[in-house]
Design a protein around this ligand. Structure first.
Ligand code: ZN
Length: 104
C-alpha cells in the first residue's frame, strides 16, 4: 500500500503531537455517489443511530455523511466533507468517544 496517496478526507497534520502510532485502514469504495468516483472511498452513508462509527470515521454534523480516513482519527484532526463542502474538526466527546464540530 502506498503511503503517498492524496487524502482529501484529512488535512495533513504537522508535527503530530500524539506519540502513539495510529492504526491505518484500507478504504474501499462503498458506493457513495455524491462525490467524484476517486473520492468515494472516503465517504459512506450513515445508517442512523444504530450505525457503528469506526475509529477512522467521523459523522459530518451538517449532512450526516460519514467521512472516512485511512488512519485512526484523534481529537484535533480536521476533515473535509466533500458532500456538503464543510470543514469539521474532531473533538473529544463527553463519553470518551470522538465527536465532530463544524469549522466556519
Ligand atoms: Zn457533510
Amino acid at each position: 500500500m502506498s503511503s503517498v496517496d492524496v487524502d482529501p478526507g484529512a488535512d495533513r497534520t504537522r508535527g503530530d503531537a500524539d506519540e502513539t502510532p495510529r492504526r491505518r485502514y484500507e478504504l474501499e469504495d462503498l458506493g457513495f455517489d455524491e462525490v467524484p468516483k476517486k473520492y468515494r472511498k472516503f465517504y459512506r452513508r450513515w445508517n442512523g443511530p444504530g450505525d457503528t462509527i469506526a475509529p477512522n470515521e467521523a459523522l459530518c454534523p451538517v449532512c450526516k455523511v460519514i467521512i472516512r480516513s485511512p488512519r485512526e482519527l484523534r481529537a484535533g484532526d480536521r476533515l473535509y466533507c466533500m458532500a456538503c463542502m464543510t470543514r469539521v474538526r474532531i473533538v473529544a466527546g463527553e463519553n470518551g468517544g470522538l465527536e465532530t464540530e463544524t469549522l466556519y
